[in-house]
Design a protein around this ligand. Structure first.
Ligand SMILES: C[S@@+](CC[C@H](N)C(=O)[O-])C[C@H]1O[C@@H](n2cnc3c(N)ncnc32)[C@H](O)[C@@H]1O
Length: 340
């Protein structure tokens, strides 16, 4: 999944820093806060950790169920009597072969729909309608984990054929070639080590409720762009609540999902509150040199908790038409604090 702030290309850097700081990250209890696509959770799972991940967006949690939750292919025995299949390959084949229909996603997110938004080709928008509604027919039959896993697969496949440059803040005027391909649900790979539980919650509420961890990793948004505004279409696919959407790009109402970590006047206080509530042996935090929090301030707050070191590396920024800057001095920072 294309995602702003995705740490998949920085895992090597994070690993090097953990080693330099002499942290044994094998078989640990880890909290991945602001977990997004789950790239960092994946790293810890591969090192046999027990991970609890937390993000306040539904699409992020669905994506993590898709790629991280199951240790091996789930069997859909609950559907055997309904559609005659129980193997994942057969379920995906069944869903892929459904005939599209003109529902909510057609109306809202394609050019032939009422609002003429070019996020998907008309045939793919119709497929999203058919598949999403079929999965919802199974909502009360399937355990939540299997249900949201299928929703995550649909969301990821839809993202793959979306007519965007990476975020849903805008759709493209010209069709990109991938957007003209037919949407196809694909089976994910399964990680056979570690254990994970996902929480959809505000990070501060989450840490207040949890016991002590070995490592808490945090990756807050670093600028004033609100994630729910940039990934609204994916949130709609996952939530499927037929909400009336606003404006040219069909934005959901995201008032309750706004992050204080992306609001200049609130971020300092929110950050201090979060750090003060963390119970852990180590705190590991990613940030950027162009973030709205100053690195000296972060250092000052972390030093109050324990011995802290700051690492940095150059980084090519996430590129979209709407979100590209020429800053070549951009550095990705990693703070590590040994809590005393
Ligand atoms: C920089 S991204 C994380 C990227 C992630 N580490 C990855 O590799 O994909 C920041 C994430 O924080 C989430 N977020 C922002 N404010 C939050 C809050 N107060 N509580 C929980 N999650 C929040 C956003 O939804 C977004 O997914």
């Amino acid at each position: 999944m294309k995602y702003i702030g995705n740490k998949s290309r920085l895992i090597g850097f994070i690993e090097e820093c953990l080693k330099d700081f002499n942290i044994n990250y094998n078989n640990c209890k880890v909290y991945d806060l602001f977990s997004g696509t789950g790239s960092v959770s994946e790293f810890f799972l591969k090192n046999d950790c027990k991970v609890l991940s937390c993000d306040n967006m539904n699409y992020a949690i669905a994506e993590q169920y898709r790629r991280l939750y199951f240790r091996k292919e789930p069997i859909f025995n609950e559907l055997k009597n309904i559609i005659g299949y129980e193997k994942l390959d057969d379920i995906l084949k069944y869903l892929n072969s459904l005939e599209g229909n003109e529902g909510y996603f057609f109306e809202n997110f394609c050019e032939e729909g009422k609002y003429k938004r070019r996020f998907f080709s008309s045939s793919n928008a119709k497929k999203i309608d058919a598949i999403r509604n079929k999965i919802d027919e199974w909502k009360d039959i399937l355990p939540y984990e299997k249900y949201i896993f299928l929703v995550g697969i649909l969301m990821n496949s839809a993202d793959f054929v979306s007519n965007t440059a990476g975020t849903y803040g805008a759709y493209l005027k010209i069709w990109r070639s991938m957007a003209l391909k037919e949407l196809k649900l694909e089976k994910p790979e399964f990680i056979n080590s570690g254990e994970i539980k996902m929480y959809i919650s505000d990070v501060i509420d989450f840490v207040k409720e949890q016991n002590k961890a070995d490592i808490v990793y945090l990756d807050p948004p670093y600028n004033t762009r609100q994630y729910p505004a940039y990934f609204s279409v994916l949130e709609s696919i996952v939530v499927n609540d037929n909400q009336v959407l606003n404006g040219k790009t069909g934005l959901r109402n995201y008032e309750k999902q706004k992050s204080k970590f992306s609001i200049k006047k609130d971020v300092k206080e929110e950050f201090e509150k979060l750090i003060n509530n963390i119970k852990s042996d180590y705190i590991v935090m990613s940030y950027s040199t162009e973030g709205i929090l100053d690195s000296n301030f972060i250092m000052e707050v972390l030093k109050r908790k324990g011995k802290t070191k700051m690492y940095n590396t150059s980084y090519r920024r996430f590129k979209t038409n709407a979100w590209t800057e020429k800053n070549t001095n951009l550095k990705e920072i990693l703070f590590i604090c040994k809590v005393l």
